[in-house]
Design a protein. Structure first.
Length: 178
């Protein structure tokens, strides 16, 4: 099966990320899959872990736009900071935030964190990082991040569309920096 960098999330999931052999990652999918960390001799089949599987950190995104959240933006930011604090009791948390919002996110997320909450400067448009962030797949000795080329849920040109250019670039940026 030929997979190109513009492959949709749906197509990757239909094909089954669990069925992709780790050996196929090399030059076949250079812009679709980027290795976050790997052991050179890792073998096995990549699989997408269940949401309930153990993991080493949680990624979140700072709510960025009042055009999305309206007058509720402050409350949504407060809630995101509270969720980050609770998660930080169990594992490190990384929050993506726009450059002009990093200081505010650090201020709101900083005090009281157990394992720590790191706020990094990666622009985003909304907080739904599960939709636009990398999807991680694993094999014995390896972790890879998949950038599924987020497209704003295909709502461009409809009344339901909202800004997503920063979200579309966030997974690629995060994987390149990690």
């Amino acid at each position: 099966m030929d997979i190109n960098p513009r492959t949709s999330r749906r197509r990757v999931l239909q094909f089954g990320a669990a069925a992709l052999p780790l050996a196929a990652l090399g030059s076949t999918l250079p812009s679709l899959v980027q290795t976050a960390s790997a052991v050179p001799n890792a073998t096995g089949t990549l699989r997408m872990p269940a949401e309930t599987d153990r993991h080493i950190r949680t990624y979140m995104a700072w709510p960025a736009l009042s055009s999305v959240w309206g007058s509720g933006l402050a409350a949504v930011r407060r809630d995101i900071a509270e969720v980050a604090h609770v998660i930080s009791r169990y594992e490190p948390v990384v929050v993506l935030a726009r450059p002009g919002q990093v200081a505010d996110a650090r201020y709101r997320c900083g005090p009281g964190a157990y394992y720590g909450i790191q706020v990094i400067d990666i622009p985003n448009d909304d907080l739904w990082i599960r939709d636009f962030g990398p999807t991680f797949v694993v094999a014995p000795g390896a972790v890879a991040g998949v950038d599924t080329n987020f497209n704003g849920w295909g709502k461009a040109g409809t009344k339901f569309a909202q800004p997503f250019a920063n979200d579309a670039a966030a997974a690629r940026t995060l994987l390149a920096e990690r």
